[in-house]
Design a protein around this ligand. Structure first.
Ligand SMILES: Nc1ncnc2c1ncn2[C@@H]1O[C@H](COP(=O)(O)OP(=O)(O)O)[C@@H](O)[C@H]1O
Ligand SMILES: O=C(CO)[C@@H](O)[C@H](O)COP(=O)(O)O
Length: 466
């Protein structure tokens, strides 16, 4: 790669669009910009394009290649005029819960896990198509193309001059792409949706989707979690825990995992390998909404969470605030348990929020470990991972060494790495060094952490029998 070559990576995530410009040779981030997305679980895709422009998407003239990564699963359903027939239903929109249950029951969880790699939950695109067909058959009749957020934005960046494309990482989260066969299951689309819309062509991890009208090479793009794995150069024995709007726990493996319980999604990654992943609907916003409740900003919230007793004075927050996916309880609500007059302090409340979120993620991590996946080191990323009190408690709650990479947009960085790979024509992505801020080991004397996890499991079982 010629020295001075610049590539860009885009992360069109749930809450915002982020763009990084990166030195293609070293992986050094040269600039980061962002613009917010609307706070809704159903969004018109034009809002993503506007945020991309507001984040400086039109000012990438010095960039030789770019790739788009985005929130997974969102249903972008376009009519004959290529306009959406309905707002894009996002991964955290749970209105398709009845359809998810029906699709799961009719085909059987074992068949889903073995043949497709995932078992339907409301996040997945196929359940959203089933919802549209059942609730708005007139609109479903108008659908000609179905794609995902990263496919749509990639197509938009290309000036819509090509047939839309996607990649295997994002296709593997639709429910109508078989990770086993590496091919679409058009029969499942027809079955769930009752119609056969066009689907984007799946291109290889290092392939080019085309060039922008200005001549910039555009990579295949990927789902955001696959983008983070690429941006972090995730190694064997490492598990990433991302705390964005969603919480995700994932790793990179050579062989696929079929989990009929549906907890572990057998996604593909953005390099040709597998990306077993567990996702929670509740992530960083658990902290943000508690801060709002307490009337403090995130810095003050963090100080409060660090100031009280390690076990939050006995308070347990089960943070299913927006429903939950892991465990699969789309209509659940959160619970605060253990209230006493003495325990009702802002410090305990803030700490319970941090611990509740960590316990939710630790439960997910345990499910990966139960499949013999080594999780000796946890790499913590996403906006919520900037919380110092969360960082400090994570190693004890996860019972693993926790690596805090230098602050950065790792999904966007992964997309940039993919763009550099596509530009280079090499057999593997460029070797970019991961920059680490600090590493935290379990304290070894954290009885409080075991007690907190025990209390959390007890509360979950008492509330939901799980
Ligand atoms: N220091 C912090 N403490 C707690 N939460 C934080 C902190 N910094 C950012 N966040 C939260 O992180 C979230 C954004 O993270 P991000 O990874 O960009 O999400 P997404 O990718 O889903 O859009 C917001 O909810 C924001 O409030
Ligand atoms: O649904 C999933 C993964 O299966 C989520 O991880 C989405 O991909 C959204 O990610 P963020 O915007 O929260 O990073």
């Amino acid at each position: 790669m010629a020295s001075g070559t610049i590539v860009a990576g885009i992360d069109s995530s749930t809450q915002s669009c982020k763009i990084v410009r990166v030195d293609a040779e070293t992986g050094q981030i040269l600039s980061t910009s962002s613009a917010p997305h609307p706070d809704s679980t159903a969004v018109h895709p034009d809002r993503w394009w506007e945020a991309f422009q507001a984040a400086g998407g039109a000012e990438l003239g010095d960039v030789e290649a770019l790739s788009v990564s985005a929130q997974q699963h969102g249903m972008v359903a376009l009519g004959a005029d290529d306009a959406p027939v309905f707002d894009a239903l996002l991964w955290n929109d749970v209105r398709s819960a009845p359809q998810a249950q029906r699709l799961r029951d009719e085909l059987g969880a074992e068949v889903w896990a073995e043949e497709i790699g995932i078992v339907p939950v409301p996040s997945f695109t196929i359940t959203k198509l089933a919802w549209l067909a059942e609730n708005h058959p007139d609109l479903a009749d108008r659908v000609r193309k179905v794609m995902l957020p990263h496919d749509w934005l990639t197509w938009q960046v290309l000036g819509r001059r090509n047939y839309p494309t996607t990649d295997r990482s994002d296709a593997s989260g639709t429910g109508y792409y078989s990770v086993t066969d590496e091919a679409y299951r058009h029969d499942l689309v027809e079955w769930a949706f009752g119609r056969s819309p066009e689907l984007p062509t799946v291109i290889g991890p290092a392939a080019s989707a085309g060039t922008t009208p200005g001549g910039t090479l555009v990579g295949a793009g990927c789902g955001d979690n696959a983008g983070a794995a690429l941006g972090l150069s995730l190694r064997p024995g490492e598990v990433a825990v991302s705390i964005g709007t969603s919480g995700t726990v994932f790793t990179s493996t050579d062989t696929k995992i079929a989990d009929p319980s549906g907890a572990i999604a057998g996604f593909a990654d953005a390099t040709g390998k597998q990306l077993p992943l567990l996702a929670t609907i509740n992530g960083a916003r658990v902290l943000g909404s508690t801060a709002e409740l307490l009337g403090v900003d995130l810095q003050k919230f963090d100080a409060l969470a660090a100031a009280g007793p390690a076990d939050a004075g006995g308070l347990t927050l089960v943070p299913y605030l927006d429903g939950e996916r892991t465990p699969n309880l789309p209509l659940a609500t959160g619970s605060l348990i253990g209230l006493t007059r003495a325990a009702m302090t802002p410090e305990n409340m803030a700490r319970a929020s941090v611990l509740g979120l960590l316990c939710l993620l630790a439960d997910a991590l345990d499910k990966l470990r139960a499949r013999d996946i080594a999780a000796d080191r946890i790499v913590l990323v996403g906006g919520g991972s900037r919380s110092r009190s969360l960082q400090a408690a994570a190693a004890d709650i996860f019972q693993a060494e926790v690596v805090i990479p230098r602050p950065g947009e790792y999904v966007a960085l992964g997309a940039a790495r993919q763009a550099a790979w596509a530009l280079s024509g090499a057999g593997a992505p460029p070797a970019w060094e991961r920059r680490v801020e600090r590493t935290i080991s379990p304290s070894g004397a954290a009885d409080w952490a075991a007690a907190v996890r025990g209390r959390f499991s007890e509360a979950r079982q008492r509330l939901y029998g799980l």
